[in-house]
Design a protein around this ligand. Structure first.
Ligand SMILES: CC(C)(COP(=O)(O)OP(=O)(O)OC[C@H]1O[C@@H](n2cnc3c(N)ncnc32)[C@H](O)[C@@H]1OP(=O)(O)O)[C@@H](O)C(=O)NCCC(=O)NCCS
Length: 146
């Protein structure tokens, strides 16, 4: 597959966040707190110059984890027509390798029920109890040592 992964601006992520994660909602719902912090970065995966997937990495500590330096994965999304082709795996691995190079020991995320198998396959484990995120549904906190 002929793909490219690039760092992208937060505003570019909306092109995938909106149809995949905020379907039918206003574009403002795609803006996440901390999107433009210096410690945050966003990656895009392109197929033939079309942005088909995004994910974002925020420096943020989970109270459930003791490491001092942690990153949170947010806005992990692949366009519906391109899901199941391995692109999610490729872009997330890329992000994890950047974090590893920066000596980040832990990455965590709040996983939707539908995405649990994806994260398990990526080597993530559960921590804590499942919880409800308003308007989105049940989530599971998952983490991985890098
Ligand atoms: C979850 C998501 C990012 C995975 O990306 P992807 O490119 O589709 O995943 P991959 O093709 O790399 O799949 C890797 C594994 O994840 C699992 N997986 C992928 N898509 C899945 C789906 N829709 N439902 C259940 N498991 C899935 C499979 O186990 C797959 O392994 P397999 O190919 O050996 O069966 C993508 O499907 C997506 O954007 N889903 C909708 C949004 C979402 O739920 N985001 C996560 C928010 S926490």
């Amino acid at each position: 597959m002929n793909y490219t992964i690039k760092p992208i601006a937060s505003t570019k992520t909306y092109l995938v966040r909106l149809p995949v994660l905020r379907k039918g909602k206003a574009i403002e719902s795609c803006i996440f707190d901390g999107d433009d912090l210096e410690t945050t970065f966003h990656l895009g995966i392109y197929l033939e110059n079309e942005l088909v997937g995004v994910c974002s990495f925020f420096r943020n500590n989970s109270k459930l984890i003791s490491a001092e330096f942690q990153y949170q994965l947010r806005g992990m999304a692949i366009l519906e027509t391109q899901q199941g082709l391995g692109l999610g795996t490729i872009i997330l691995r890329h992000g994890e390798s950047i974090l590893k190079q920066q000596n980040t020991p832990i990455i965590w995320c709040n996983a939707r029920e539908k995405a649990i198998n994806f994260y398990k396959k990526m080597g993530y484990n559960f921590i804590g109890e499942p919880f409800e995120i308003k308007d989105i549904g049940l989530h599971y906190r998952m983490y991985k040592e890098l």
